[in-house]
Design a protein around this ligand. Structure first.
Ligand code: CP
Ligand code: NVA
Length: 304
């Protein structure tokens, strides 16, 4: 693995290798002697807001022996129109690795191709692979294994999280049910190609049908970053796609409810359901640190 650009671009063995190392790093946190980023400076280029991703990368890079440089796009020339191609060729000569949060997936792919340094997708409009890796780590901790799981994603299935779940299902072979309004379904070609790759993926407009017998209920915001102008229309469309007591009651007994955060109570999830499942949800947030340390360690050992 030279970069982490998407879940789509990973193989099942690569995903499992990251998860195994993440578990090990979590168990040995604070006691590690191996510092794979020693003497390195990694840049965080962010064009969107972040709490978890920014902090977990800054802390993780330091714990691996490196230094982190936070570069908000509004403060560097990228934000004034300097091309990503030029930014990549400049930063590639100065920093040792890049963590990028932006809009277009093609921008991180261009950066990876031209910078010559390991590049990590810290969220684009198309995928959020770091979050999915932490989620898979959490599900393994909660359920012991990813085998035979039924996961229901309820809400904006066409957002970065929905799409990363689709590719995770294709790679790992668990069952994924998507519940979303017709207008916000992922493109049929995307679903078809994930199904052709082995994904047991179904789509319904009925959240209780998706939740029926599911082991995990998952949701994300109705209005992703960059979609704020659609807020009103989305609120009307997604109203029926809330994780509430009725939807939880349809799931398997003991089902877990997960959320990538930030959460909007009363929108995609009720305050009551959120609080009842808060331990697992904040375990997901913590696992961002461990999963990303695993990714950076592997990128460094096999790297560009
Ligand atoms: N889940 C997640 O990526 O959170 P942030 O937007 O706070 O980084
Ligand atoms: N789909 C959300 C994820 C936030 C972590 C967004 O893109 O805003």
């Amino acid at each position: 693995m030279k970069h982490l650009l998407s879940i789509e671009s990973l193989t099942a063995p690569e995903i499992l290798e990251i998860l195994d190392l993440a578990a090990k790093l979590k168990a040995t946190r604070g006691k590690e002697t191996h510092k794979p980023l020693s003497g390195e400076c990694w840049g965080l280029l962010f064009s969107k807001s972040s709490t978890r991703t920014r902090v977990s990368f800054e802390v993780g890079i330091r714990e691996l022996g490196g230094d982190a440089l936070f570069l908000s796009s509004s403060e560097i020339q990228l934000g004034r129109g300097e091309p990503i191609e030029d930014t990549a060729r400049v930063l590639g000569r100065m920093i040792h690795g890049a963590v990028i949060r932006t809009f277009k997936q093609s921008d991180i792919e261009t950066f990876a191709a031209l910078s010559g340094i390991p590049t990590i997708n810290a969220l684009t409009d198309e995928e959020h692979p770091c979050q999915i890796l932490a989620d898979l780590q959490t599900i393994r901790e909660l359920r012991g294994s990813l085998d035979g799981l039924k996961i229901a994603f309820i809400g904006d299935a066409d957002c970065n999280m929905g799409r990363s779940w689709i590719w995770a299902a294709a790679r790992l072979g668990f069952e994924l049910r998507l519940a979303c309004p017709e207008l916000y379904c992922p493109p049929a070609e995307l679903i078809a190609s994930a199904q052709a790759a082995g994904g047991l993926i179904s789509i319904t407009e009925n959240p209780e049908e998706a939740a029926s017998g599911a082991d995990i209920l998952y949701t994300d915001v109705w209005v992703s970053m960059g979609k704020e102008e659609e807020s009103e229309h989305r609120a009307a469309q997604f109203g029926p796609y809330q994780i509430n007591d009725r939807v939880v009651a349809a799931a398997a007994p003991g089902a877990h409810v997960l959320h990538c955060l930030p959460a909007y109570r009363g929108k995609e999830i009720t305050a009551e359901v959120f609080e009842r499942h808060a331990d697992a949800i904040f375990q997901q947030a913590e696992n961002r640190l461990h999963a990303q340390k695993a990714v950076m360690t592997l990128l460094r050992s096999e790297g560009v």
